[in-house]
Design a protein around this ligand. Structure first.
Ligand code: ADP
Ligand code: MG
Length: 498
């Protein structure tokens, strides 16, 4: 239970920024020697709360108690004198100074010393590092260290000021999996000294692994709190977003039939020797670092790179993809990365955009039934819950999420067999995103499509794909079955490639 002695208590705290109620009636209790997670989505008020605790922002209402004593006002210097230390995301280190100089810089300032005793500096710096069992050369310039090493220096420096509460704002953002483990060991060691840690994050798995207690905030208000053992990823997501998402991974059909799409030694400008088999009802993810060649691969499949080498086979038949027209005729549809410039005619109506590809299809047909097409388009608007009062309004009147649905609708009305989605929910808010995912899954299954989903959003891939291919320098270097993997495994794999 949460019964140890309290180090910090916030009581009904409010903070406003010109109309924004950034922190709303928030109470928070941090016990001595606990790892306390502050969980919340971007913009939920986490950084503002840190700034209140560290004396940078003064709340308009509410009380702050440190060691049971109410603070009438809390300045940054007072916060520090109470042992409150913040490790900011940029670590606030001097790159052109050595490790030893960085470690002792603030201490020397505080002592207002005129003469620098180098021997003393070395000794203090050395003991700061050995306390955490960190082995970094004191004479090295901080600018030459890795991000993880800089972070350790920042932690060591914070602890030199008789820290009682160490606040870490999103500390794992730039770390590899191995570095996160090192950090966590150090954080646990600090807890063992009776020091409290406020670990600010939005990464579920890390919070569940490291913390003793979790407080979840949303829109500046506390929405949940409790011992970490009472939470799991699903519950945390629900509290952080206020929405219930189905996190069941996508069903993987058996691969008995011939592949819907097969690539044999597919080579282009930015990719080589791509071999791939995509089956009906299968969603396959592709991810990689910037410049991995995945967008070029998608474009080549959509007929935008006529000079490719190798074979493309759809439902057992070799196809030619020397132009976009040929790609569409072969049943390939592509929802590009930049829907505004590539996917939509912004000044045209929603209806016109949805029917754009279908109209092209029927240019040569004698009996194109426009009425029927309009009804189909209206059905799509309903199916995809495109939020508009009138289908004849221009596409530019829609939100990003709804524009993305228009692009999807357009392709779903064609006789697509293979659907390529590039960043299908980039810039789309979290609620819309879950809905778009659901539509993609339903349609893939109902229409027996094969879907290639290219994305940097690893969670999106893990939830929606049967398997995930990692592309690097134009080649597939890994194939990971989504059912056996978690977001972090793939993130770590990608970090190794940097
Ligand atoms: P988080 O750290 O959880 O991403 P923040 O605390 O940075 O969230 O922001 C919470 C809310 O307060 C946001 O709506 C943000 O735009 C607003 N906000 C934060 N700092 C300021 C500021 N100095 N001036 C105006 N608005 C701010
Ligand atoms: Mg923040």
């Amino acid at each position: 239970m949460h019964e140890q002695q309290e180090f910090l208590l916030l009581h009904n705290v409010h903070k406003y920024f010109s109309g924004v109620h950034a922190v709303n009636n928030l109470s928070l209790s941090i016990k001595k020697g606990e790892i306390h997670c502050l969980a919340g989505e971007n913009g939920s008020g986490k950084s503002t709360l840190i700034k209140i605790i560290s004396g940078i922002h003064t709340p308009e209402e509410g009380q702050i108690l440190i060691n049971g004593r109410q603070q009438t006002s809390l300045s940054p210097a007072q916060a520090i004198s109470h042992g409150i230390q913040v490790i900011y995301q940029d670590f606030s280190l001097f790159n052109n100074l050595t490790v030893a100089e960085n470690l002792t810089f603030n201490a020397n300032l505080a002592r207002k010393k005129q003469f620098i005793n180098w021997h003393e500096i070395k000794k203090e710096a050395h003991s700061a590092l050995s306390r955490l069992e960190i082995d970094i050369d004191l004479n090295r310039e901080v600018g030459t260290l890795s991000v993880a090493q800089k972070q350790l220096i920042a932690i060591a420096r914070a602890l030199m000021f008789n820290a009682r509460l160490l606040i870490m704002d999103e500390p794992t953002t730039a770390l590899t999996g191995r570095e996160v483990k090192v950090l966590f060991d150090i954080v646990r060691g600090i807890r063992a000294e009776g020091i409290s840690i406020l670990f600010v994050s939005h990464k579920m798995r890390e919070m569940l692994e490291i913390s003793d207690w979790i407080t979840v905030i949303r829109n500046g208000s506390k929405v949940a709190e409790g011992p970490t053992s009472e939470f799991d990823e699903k519950l945390l997501t629900w509290h952080m977003t206020g929405q219930q998402f189905s996190h069941e991974k996508y069903f993987c059909p058996e691969k008995t039939e011939i592949p819907r799409l097969e690539l044999r030694n597919f080579c282009g400008r930015a990719f080589t020797d791509i071999n791939l088999q995509l089956y009906r009802k299968e969603i396959v993810g592709i991810t990689g670092l910037l410049g991995s060649g995945r967008t070029e691969l998608a474009q080549a499949l959509f007929g935008m790179e006529p000079n490719f080498l190798g074979e493309v086979i759809i439902d057992g038949e070799p196809v030619t993809l020397r132009s976009i027209q040929q790609a569409i005729a072969s049943g390939i549809a592509y929802v590009p990365e930049d829907r505004l410039s590539e996917g939509l005619f912004l000044s045209q109506s929603i209806l016109r955009n949805i029917l754009a590809t279908t109209l092209d299809d029927h240019k040569t047909t004698l009996f194109f039934d426009r009425k029927k097409a309009n009804i189909k388009a209206a059905g799509m608007v309903e199916d995809l819950t495109i939020n508009t009062v009138n289908i004849r309004n221009s596409v530019s009147t829609l939100s990003g999420g709804n524009q993305q649905r228009v692009v999807l609708a357009k392709w779903l009305l064609t006789q697509a067999r293979v659907l390529i989605l590039n960043g299908p929910t980039v810039g789309v808010d979290v609620g819309s995103k879950a809905e778009i995912h659901q539509k993609i899954r339903t349609i893939t299954s109902e229409k027996a499509l094969s879907v290639l989903m290219i994305s940097d959003d690893i969670q999106e891939l893990v939830y929606n794909c049967n398997r995930i291919l990692i592309m690097h320098r134009g080649r597939f270097i890994d194939e990971i079955p989504a059912e056996k993997t978690e977001e972090n495994d793939i993130n770590n794999r990608l970090k190794e490639l940097i």
